[in-house]
Design a protein around this ligand. Structure first.
Ligand SMILES: NC(=O)c1ccc[n+]([C@@H]2O[C@H](COP(=O)([O-])OP(=O)(O)OC[C@H]3O[C@@H](n4cnc5c(N)ncnc54)[C@H](OP(=O)(O)O)[C@@H]3O)[C@@H](O)[C@H]2O)c1
Length: 232
């Protein structure tokens, strides 16, 4: 039984990751900022307990990270999969609209948060069975593919996440853990909007197909949802 931790699990791609991981028989730790308000997760927990544990985790709040680490460590000896999925997109801004506060907030959630989550859980991952750390990134973080102006905050944060993914994949403290960045496609969520091309179900099915096939040979790569590598 795969032991799986997911951030940003109360809606969108994160919630669908929870659903599909449970359907495959996984032991899922679904984390979000406010589990007491996460109606969909609570309904799932009624059906899926004891395979689903809800955790309070804000990726920018170090005390919540410490508490979540203690809660997970009290229930399992190892993790096999960690999905760094939580992110924000405060909207495409022109140079005139850029504020330091919004740039920093986006970096804290989308790039620094995943590193801090990895920091809290890498020891459990190292004990896992073919352990994998999946950073849900975006094509928006690809420097080589950005060919026209789109904005600053979200794009810079995902490019930073891509570099942090590369760093994590080479870090000797994460030896044995396959670390990748993964673009989930354009998905109909609050972030992706109603015109996006993929449903969360379609995106997550493709994500799981890719993750199933990963080996240590893949560590440090940037994949897209269709299964190929994406240029950095
Ligand atoms: N949808 C797309 O088309 C698309 C495309 C490329 C990449 N992605 C990536 O896919 C991932 C999931 O996106 P989505 O479309 O599912 O977005 P979404 O529907 O907007 O969901 C974002 C999730 O992140 C959580 N979150 C935000 N700030 C957080 C924090 N500080 N700590 C913990 N959780 C936090 C949100 O929780 P709250 O409810 O508490 O705010 C929510 O659960 C993100 O990494 C996104 O960048 C999405």
């Amino acid at each position: 039984m795969q032991r799986i931790l997911i951030t940003g699990a109360n809606r969108g791609i994160g919630l669908e990751l929870v659903r599909q991981c449970l359907a495959r028989g996984g032991r899922v730790f679904a984390s979000c900022r406010h589990p007491e308000e996460a109606a969909d997760l609570q309904k799932l927990a009624e059906i899926a307990a004891p395979n689903l544990t809800l955790l309070a985790l804000d990726v920018t709040d170090e005390s919540s990270l410490d508490k979540a680490r203690q809660q997970v460590g009290a229930q399992v000896e190892a993790l096999d999969l960690l999905y760094n999925n939580a992110a924000i997109n405060l909207g495409d801004e022109s140079i005139a609209d850029v504020t330091a506060q919004k740039l920093v907030e986006t970096l804290r959630v989308n790039a620094i948060g995943p590193v801090l989550v990895a920091q809290r859980f890498y020891d459990l991952l190292r004990q896992g069975d073919s352990p994998k750390l999946i950073n849900i990134s975006s094509e928006a973080g690809s420097i080589s593919r950005m060919r026209h102006f789109r904005g600053y905050g979200y794009y810079g944060s995902k490019a930073a996440l891509n570099m942090y993914t590369h760093c994590l994949s080479m870090d000797p403290d994460l030896k044995g853990v396959t670390v990748i960045a993964l673009h989930p496609g354009w998905v109909r969520t609050d972030m992706g909007g109603p015109m996006a091309s993929l449903s969360p179900q379609e995106s997550v099915k493709k994500i799981l197909n890719i993750v199933d096939r990963l080996t240590l040979q893949d560590t440090g790569k940037f994949y897209t949802y269709t299964g190929g590598e994406y240029p950095w």
